[in-house]
Ligand binder design. Structure first.
Ligand SMILES: C=C(O[C@@H]1C=C(C(=O)O)C=C[C@H]1O)C(=O)O
Length: 182
């Protein structure tokens, strides 16, 4: 049986090829995105825009080994530098895992998820995957809602963070103003 992550034309890529050095530098950064933006920005904040039990999208249920209609906690936020959204993040945790390692996600609010992921040495991160997205893709259609001009495409990345054999899938869409952070 073909591997869905490589045979499917909508697959996420394990490596980047045709991207500018500037966006590649952000896409491949494996440290805390929050910390990196804070270091380049006088006023950083997180705007939660969605956090509910919901069905997951696209191949996420395959990636997280869920049954097709199994619910997960879906958290979506924008990371802002001053008045500019620079990242749209979409994270999912299977409902069954909310009682365990990721239970604090229930009341994270506008604190960045990084506070849970990069402060615990037992949290492990899987390799990043990348995808160029455009209108019609659920991530693009949600990410651009805070933008005044809609770009032809955006770059997204995702990876799983695991703790005590339970995973959170974190997907980040980089918005055009990320390239203005020096
Ligand atoms: C994983 C990180 O946390 C960031 C903040 C998130 C949130 O608050 O939901 C989600 C993904 C990231 O953009 C990070 O800073 O690297």
């Amino acid at each position: 049986m073909a591997n869905i992550s490589t045979a499917h034309p909508q697959a996420w890529l394990p490596a980047l090829s045709t991207v500018s050095p500037e966006i590649r530098d952000w896409l491949q950064f494996r440290g805390s995105l929050t910390r990196r933006i804070q270091e380049r920005c006088a006023q950083f904040y997180v705007e939660p825009v969605f956090q509910e039990l919901a069905r997951v999208y696209g191949d996420e249920w395959i990636k997280m080994k869920l049954r097709p209609h199994e619910l997960a906690l879906v958290r979506e936020v924008y990371l802002y530098c001053c008045d500019k959204p620079v990242v749209f993040a979409h994270s999912i945790v299977p409902h069954k895992d909310l009682r365990g390692a990721w239970r604090t996600l229930n009341n994270l609010g506008n604190r960045p998820l990084a506070s849970m992921l990069f402060t615990n040495p037992r949290v492990k991160r899987t390799p990043l995957e990348f995808k160029k997205i455009s209108a019609g893709h659920f991530l693009y259609d949600r990410a651009v809602l805070r933008l005044t001009d809609y770009p032809s495409h955006l770059w997204a990345r995702r990876s799983r963070f695991t703790l005590q054999c339970r995973s959170i899938l974190v997907t980040e869409v980089f918005l055009p103003d990320i390239l203005n952070l020096t």
